[in-house]
Design a protein around this ligand. Structure first.
Ligand code: NDP
Length: 484
């Protein structure tokens, strides 16, 4: 049977674009459909704009430190409209780059929504149908609000980049990557940030000591982090319940009086002043509430289950190690598969898919020892097992040091950093490396190579320190702090 295309990709994010380009470069006839902006979550409403906001938010502290270093610089207000205008221009540029890369690889682009009607047929939202030998679903995910009354009053991470003005008081709900990163960003930009996390410590799943230090540093910077806390009720500010607001909260800075915020109450779903009652009994009014309570795969109304593609309980497409679904002609990569929600992983899955399907070289995905960074301030860079995971598996030695880094210590800041290695007693291999420090994301990329290669503690020890740096501690820790 003759198909319109060798490959039809649904979704123009990092994974889909890479797979489309590489397959097309190898001679395949490829089309790609995207109903939103080209570039996907990472480029348009995720990693890239977030990292630019991390940079923006770091200058306030940078200015303070500069004075300690002898510079005569004055503080000034942060100009959100000016910044977000520049950010939009940069994202437009990057979207153009993605589009040009596809065009340059002869990938046909459809700026339309696509759904599957049979294992080889795609129906586009203009009603046309296309056929393809292989279909790759790379539709990513979307942020989800918790299932609670009033949740539509809050915003999600997608909305942050389109705010007309910065809130004065922001409540962030959640304790994962997005919650913690935006808590630090917004605090750095001068916003008064409160964060509610329902569990005992933020960043569940990461090394306990690393999480503890980040939580402390966030508190130190002025973020009001409330653990074991969640919202029990929320409503547009200014409604009747705010009459009971005065004097019932636990927080001294409780926000504007009800009469003042009432005039600013927004339409539901747009974000805006919200009255919030918490499980700790406090009642406060926030200018915005940001729900960073997880993400769900974009699998709704795509015709997947109708044609036999298995969709899991969390809405994820179930795939095997080659990213193949239960329908042999349909593959899926990236966040939509609910495996590891990281851009570089989606890109690798896309490359492995092309290698498997178009180059006759079946390539399973290697999800082991993926380095990653949480762009809090300070950052967390991590690869491999946490101490808690490792000690459940085998006897380990823990090498760990925490100290005040030279740069901020000179400026009189109380910041501390953490360098930690989790080492197998039996094989001497470094099973995990955890860094909490400015620039930890950059450091862990390199430490990740060593850990991925199976480096032992003695390999780290044989490496000469680069002095004076923070990361030199990774190769100079001689005595285990403990065995576990
Ligand atoms: P996460 O799954 O990391 O965190 C979700 C948070 O919301 C958790 O703290 C969770 O609590 C909490 N939560 C979930 N449901 C509720 C609820 N009903 N009420 C209150 N709290 C709730 O999701 P994120 O949205 O932060 O990030 C999604 C993914 O995106 C990450 O897992 C990561 O893979 C990726 N990402 C990566 C980044 C990076 O590489 N730097 C940056 C941003 C995102 P609990 O722990 O109790 O479940």
């Amino acid at each position: 049977m003759a198909f319109d295309y060798d490959l039809f990709v649904i979704g123009g994010g990092s994974g889909g674009v890479r797979a489309a380009r590489v397959a097309a470069a190898g001679g395949a006839k490829v089309a790609l459909a995207e109903d939103n902006r080209m570039g996907g979550t990472c480029v348009i409403r995720g990693c890239v704009p977030k990292k630019i906001m991390v940079f923006a938010s770091s200058y306030r502290e940078g200015l303070e430190d500069a004075r300690s270093y002898g510079w005569d610089v004055k503080d000034g207000p942060f100009d959100w409209p000016a910044f977000s205008g520049r950010l939009k221009t940069e994202l437009d540029r990057l979207e153009g780059v993605y589009r040009d890369l596809l065009k340059g690889s002869n990938v046909e682009i459809f700026d339309l929504r696509a759904r599957l009607t049979d294992p080889h047929t795609i129906e586009l939202s203009d009603g046309t149908q296309k056929t393809a030998k292989h279909i790759l679903v790379a539709t990513g995910g979307h942020p989800v609000r918790p299932d609670m009354k009033g949740a539509e009053l809050g915003i999600v991470s997608d909305d942050i980049f389109n705010l007309k003005e910065l809130p004065k008081k922001l409540l962030i709900v959640g304790g994962g990557y997005i919650a913690c990163e935006f808590a630090c960003i917004m605090q750095g930009l001068g916003v008064e940030v409160t964060q509610f996390y329902r569990g005992a410590q933020i960043l569940r799943g990461f090394d306990d000591e690393a999480r503890g230090l980040i939580a402390e540093m966030m508190n130190e910077r002025g973020i009001k982090l409330h653990l074991g806390t969640n919202i029990v009720d929320m409503a547009p500010a200014g409604e009747d319940h705010t009459a009971s607001w005065s004097g019932t909260g636990t927080d001294a800075a409780m926000g504007a009086p009800a009469a003042e915020v009432a005039v600013r109450a927004p339409a539901a779903g747009t974000g805006g002043p919200v009255w919030v009652k918490a499980t700790n009994g406090s009642e406060q009014v926030f200018d915005q509430v940001l729900f960073a309570t997880g993400r769900s795969p974009n699998t709704r109304d795509m015709g997947l289950e109708e044609i036999g593609v298995e969709v899991g309980r969390r809405g994820e497409i179930v795939v095997d190690e080659y990213s193949q679904t239960a329908v042999p002609s349909v593959y899926a990569i990236g966040d939509v598969t609910g495996r590891v929600q990281l851009t570089p992983v989606a890109i690798r899955e896309g490359m492995a898919f092309v290698e498997t399907v178009f180059n006759g070289n079946p390539t399973p995905i290697d999800h082991d020892l993926i380095p990653s960074a949480v762009f809090t301030q300070p950052e967390l860079g991590t690869v491999g097992m946490s101490e808690e995971e490792a000690r459940d598996q085998e006897p380990v030695e823990i090498y760990c040091t925490s100290f005040r880094p030279m740069q901020s210590a000179f400026a009189g800041r109380p910041d501390r950093v953490l360098m930690k290695l989790v080492v197998s007693q039996a094989t001497r291999k470094v099973l995990g490396c955890h860094i909490v420090a400015p620039g930890a994301g950059e450091m862990i990329q390199l430490a990740g190579i060593a850990v991925k290669m199976g480096a032992t503690k003695e390999d780290f020890d044989r490496t000469v320190a680069v002095h004076p740096t923070m990361s030199e501690e990774l190769v100079t820790m001689k005595t285990p702090m403990r065995v576990a």
